[in-house]
Design a protein around this ligand. Structure first.
Ligand code: SAJ
Length: 414
């Protein structure tokens, strides 16, 4: 049986710790936050993810998973801490990785393996983490193994993807890679590919950059389609029937904690102008585009009330990090004389003043659909538009029944 200490019990660390425990590894989940540790000890799960509560409970009840406020000696140490993005400098903030390295160093023993799962700029495992771990007096690659294995799971489907996705394991040498492969083989059903640490870091970033840039292209195409009075969603679907075309969907921008950030991690040390940065600008610029499109039927938005439907960063989840819906609300409010109301059937954040759909639309001039929650497809146009002042509806995610809504509103699509 492997012993594993998982450092950081967030969106990735907690499900991974439970996954390892549910596959016969002996796991200690460690977090610096006393609040998270005590919440988990009392059986409360602080992360909203389908199936996670039962999965973690199963791991805790089996006795294979314990949570702890201190690091324990283990054969494997897996670092799953956040790497925040510095908005001003467009650089990765590696403070939590450094803290994790400093905390872990005194506990490493000969023969142990340290795995970094956090998403990081290329070179972080060898240039930032390695020297901190070697403060232990042990040498990475000979005394202990050191590996980067990027997480690739999709929020909303984390448990399935943890098990089924392929994994890329990049050690600082072959022995490091092999010892980590042994651990991942205990639960991964996908293929495991072996490489070096820097390539593994790079691959993770290009996966998310590919997706972000593809969405950037779709958004640019949507703006051009609008000039030609072509429905962008229909055009893209038709284009994708070609065997070598695979465009993603346009929308009001790209949210979450990965796609809007990882392209910057990739290019932070690259000083040429890049397509990647341009795509980022296009995606961030979609909020202004949404506002411009609203101004076409409404004129100046001054004095208007806009009902924003969807403040989660994407459909059918409750996570609001880098959410386009909230970015739209902030931008409108910063303009001065525009009021907003928020409706989201998945988000229960007390700080946001989320109201019912009916309350959000009463007296409003426009509804803007900002996420593709399944519930939005079932909204009733007649009752929701009845109490509106002006009946503009902007469906940026192509979720509404166009015929039904056109009968009751001025319907805009992206
Ligand atoms: N979006 C669009 N159009 C699309 C698809 C998505 O505008 O066609 C928007 C969404 O609405 C959302 C944003 O993009 O605002 C991101 O959503 P997502 O579902 O594309 O991705 P994330 O951020 O939830 O998860 C991504 C995934 N990466 C890839 O698919 C390459 C996931 O597998 C990664 O593990 C995760 O980032 C991560 O942690 O890096």
């Amino acid at each position: 049986m492997n012993t594993v200490c998982v450092h950081g019990l967030g969106y990735i660390g907690l499900p991974t710790a439970a996954m390892l425990a549910n596959h016969d590894n002996t796991v200690v989940g460690y977090d610096v936050s006393d609040a998270i540790v005590s919440q988990l000890e009392s059986g409360e799960i602080h992360i909203d993810e389908p199936g996670l509560r039962a999965f973690v409970t199963q791991a805790l009840e089996s006795g294979n998973l314990e949570v702890n406020g201190t690091v324990v000696p283990s054969k494997y140490h897996m670092i799953c801490v956040p790497t925040p993005f510095e908005e001003e400098s467009k650089q990765a903030n590696l403070e939590y990785i450094r803290d994790a390295g400093e905390t872990l160093a005194p506990h490493i023993r000969e023969g142990d393996t340290v795995i970094l799962e956090s998403t990081v700029p290329p070179g972080t495992t060898t240039d930032v983490l390695r020297p901190l771990l070697e403060k232990s007096g042990l040498e990475a690659g000979s005394d202990f193994s050191l590996v980067h294995c990027p997480e690739t799971v999709l929020p909303g489907n984390i448990i399935t993807e943890l098990q089924q996705n392929d994994r890329i394991i990049g050690g600082i040498n072959d022995i490091s890679t092999e010892t980590a492969v042994h651990l991942y083989e205990s639960f991964v059903e996908g293929d495991i590919y072996q490489t070096n640490a820097r390539t593994a870091e790079f691959v993770k970033l290009i996966q998310n950059t590919y997706r972000d840039t593809n969405i950037g292209l779709a958004n640019e195409i949507a703006k051009i389609a609008n000039e030609y009075e072509v429905n962008a969603h229909e055009a893209i679907q038709l284009a994708n029937n070609h065997p070598r075309v695979d465009l993603l969907n346009p929308g009001p921008g790209v949210g979450g904690h990965c796609l809007p950030i990882d392209p910057w991690f990739l290019t932070q040390a690259y000083d040429q102008e890049s397509l990647i940065e341009r795509a980022r600008e296009v995606n961030d610029g979609m909020i202004e585009y949404v506002i411009q499109r609203l101004e076409e039927p409404l004129g100046s938005l001054e004095g208007s009330l806009i009902a924003i439907f969807g403040v989660a960063y994407k459909g059918n989840i409750a996570d609001t990090r880098q959410s386009p819906g909230l970015a739209l609300a902030r931008t409108l409010q910063e303009r001065g004389d525009v009021s907003v109301t928020l409706f989201d059937p998945h988000v229960s954040d007390q700080t946001l003043n989320i109201v019912s759909a009916q309350e959000a639309t009463t007296g409003s001039d426009a509804i803007v659909i900002m996420t593709d929650h399944d519930e939005f497809a079932r909204l009733d146009p007649e009752s929701l538009t009845r109490e509106m002042d002006k009946t503009v509806v902007f469906d940026t995610k192509d979720v509404l029944d166009q015929e039904a809504w056109t009968a009751h509103s001025t319907l805009l699509t992206i």
